[in-house]
Design a protein around this ligand. Structure first.
Ligand code: PMP
Length: 364
C-alpha cells in the first residue's frame, strides 16, 4: 500500500461549511444569513462584474501567467516594483508557497496560539514542526514569539489583525519585534484584513519592507475587495524573495477572471470605502447590542468578532443554524466557548442579534 509522506498523513482535512442552498433545503428555510467566512456582504464591485463579463470570451486561452497588468496596477498602488509581487490563488496559496520555499522536514515554523489555522497546517504538510507560542490575552505575544526562535526556526507567521480573534499589534511593537529576528528567518506578516483598520498606529507592512529584507507581506482580494470566490491574493516582499516564490508557484495559479476582476476592483476606490464604512457601522451595531445584552466578546478590528457564549457554544451554533444564521465555531482554535460572527449588512446583523438574544435569553 502506498503511503503519503509523514507530514501529509498527519493532516486533518479542512471541513468546509455546507453550501447555503443545501442548508436552506435541509432546514426548510426561505432565507439564510451566512456570517461564517468573513466575506464582503456588499457583493463584488460592479466594475469587477463588468470586467468578468468582458473577459468571458477569452476563457479558452490560458491566463497571463505573469499577471502583467495586475502587477503593474499593484505596483502603482503601493509605489513598489512589480518584481516585488507574487500572485496567488488566494493568499492561502501564497502562504503555502512561502512554507514550501522556506521550511522543510525538521525546520521550525513559529506562530501564535489562536493564530490563523493555515499556518500550522502548511507547516505540517511540509514536514516542518509548527511551534505555537502562548497568546497574550487573545493576541500575539511578540516578545514570547521572539524568545521562541531557535537555530531551527525558518519562518514566523504573524497575523495582523489575527483571524479568528480580531486582535492586532502596533507599529512600534512590530518594529521592536523585527529587530530581534535574525536575518535568516523569514517573517510573514499576514494582512488579510488590513483595509478595515483605521487605528493610527497600525503598521503598514509594505512600508517596512525596505528596512527589513526578510519580511513578506501577504494581502488578499477576498475580504474588503469582495472577490473571495475568485481566489486571488498576493505577497509583497523584496524582489529576491519574490523571485524564489515565483519559482515554486504554478505558472497559471491565478485565472483570467480573477486577474481582470482584481484589476477593475483596484480602480474602484468608492467600493472599498463603502465596504469599510459598512463594516465600521456593522461592528458598532453588533458590539453595542452585545454590550446591552451583557454578552462578552473579543475586541476586533477585522470584519468579524468572536463572541463568548459559554460552554454550550456548539449547541448555540446549532440553534442559530436552525434560525437560518450561519456563524463559525472556533473550537478547532482551542476556543470552545466562542463563536465567530462576520459583520454583514445591517439587516443580516440584526437577524443574527435577534436570533442570539432569543437563544440566550428565552424568557425576556
Ligand atoms: N489570512 C487570514 C488571516 C485569513 O483569515 C484568511 C481567510 N480566512 C486568509 C489569510 C486567506 O484568505 P484567501 O486565501 O481567501 O486570500
Amino acid at each position: 500500500k502506498a503511503l503519503a509522506v509523514a507530514g501529509v498523513q498527519g493532516l486533518t482535512p479542512y471541513t468546509p461549511g455546507k453550501p447555503e442552498d443545501e442548508v436552506k433545503r435541509e432546514l426548510g428555510l426561505e432565507k439564510i444569513f451566512k456570517l461564517a467566512s468573513n466575506e464582503n456582504p456588499l457583493g463584488p464591485s460592479p466594475r469587477a462584474v463588468q470586467a468578468i463579463k468582458d473577459a468571458l470570451p477569452s476563457i479558452s486561452r490560458y491566463p497571463d501567467g505573469s499577471g502583467y497588468q495586475l502587477k503593474q496596477a499593484l505596483s502603482k498602488f503601493y509605489g513598489i516594483d512589480e518584481k516585488q509581487i507574487t500572485l496567488g490563488n488566494g493568499s492561502n496559496d501564497v502562504l503555502e508557497l512561502i512554507v514550501r520555499a522556506y521550511a522543510g522536514p525538521g525546520d521550525e515554523v513559529v506562530f501564535s496560539q489562536y493564530a490563523f489555522a493555515v499556518y500550522p497546517l502548511a507547516a505540517k504538510a511540509a514536514g516542518a514542526v509548527g511551534v505555537a507560542v502562548p497568546a497574550e490575552g487573545w493576541g500575539h505575544d511578540l516578545n514570547g514569539i521572539a524568545a521562541a526562535l531557535t537555530e531551527k526556526t525558518k519562518l514566523v507567521f504573524l497575523a495582523n489583525p489575527n483571524n479568528p480573534t480580531g486582535t492586532w499589534f502596533s507599529e512600534s511593537q512590530l518594529r521592536a519585534f523585527l529587530t530581534k529576528v535574525p536575518e535568516d528567518i523569514v517573517v510573514v506578516l499576514d494582512e488579510a484584513y488590513c483595509e478595515y483598520i483605521s487605528e493610527p498606529d497600525y503598521p503598514d507592512g509594505v512600508a517596512l519592507l525596505q528596512s527589513h529584507p526578510n519580511l513578506i507581506v501577504t494581502r488578499t482580494f477576498s475580504k474588503a475587495w469582495g472577490l473571495a470566490a475568485l481566489r486571488i491574493g498576493y505577497a509583497v516582499s523584496g524582489s529576491d524573495i519574490a523571485d524564489i516564490l515565483n519559482r515554486v508557484r504554478q505558472p497559471f495559479n491565478v485565472d483570467t477572471l480573477a486577474q481582470v476582476a482584481a484589476l477593475a476592483s483596484l480602480a474602484d476606490v468608492d467600493y472599498l470605502k463603502q465596504s469599510i464604512e459598512n463594516n465600521r457601522a456593522g461592528m458598532q451595531q453588533v458590539t453595542n447590542r452585545l454590550q446591552s445584552l451583557g454578552v462578552a466578546y473579543i475586541d476586533s478590528v477585522g470584519n468579524f468578532v468572536c463572541i463568548e457564549v459559554g460552554d454550550d457554544a456548539a449547541d448555540i451554533y446549532q440553534r442559530l443554524l436552525l434560525e437560518g444564521v450561519i456563524v463559525r465555531p472556533v473550537a478547532n482554535y482551542g476556543m470552545p466557548r466562542h463563536l465567530r460572527v462576520s459583520i454583514g449588512l445591517p439587516e443580516e446583523n440584526e437577524a443574527f442579534l435577534n436570533a442570539l438574544e432569543t437563544i440566550l435569553f428565552p424568557n425576556s
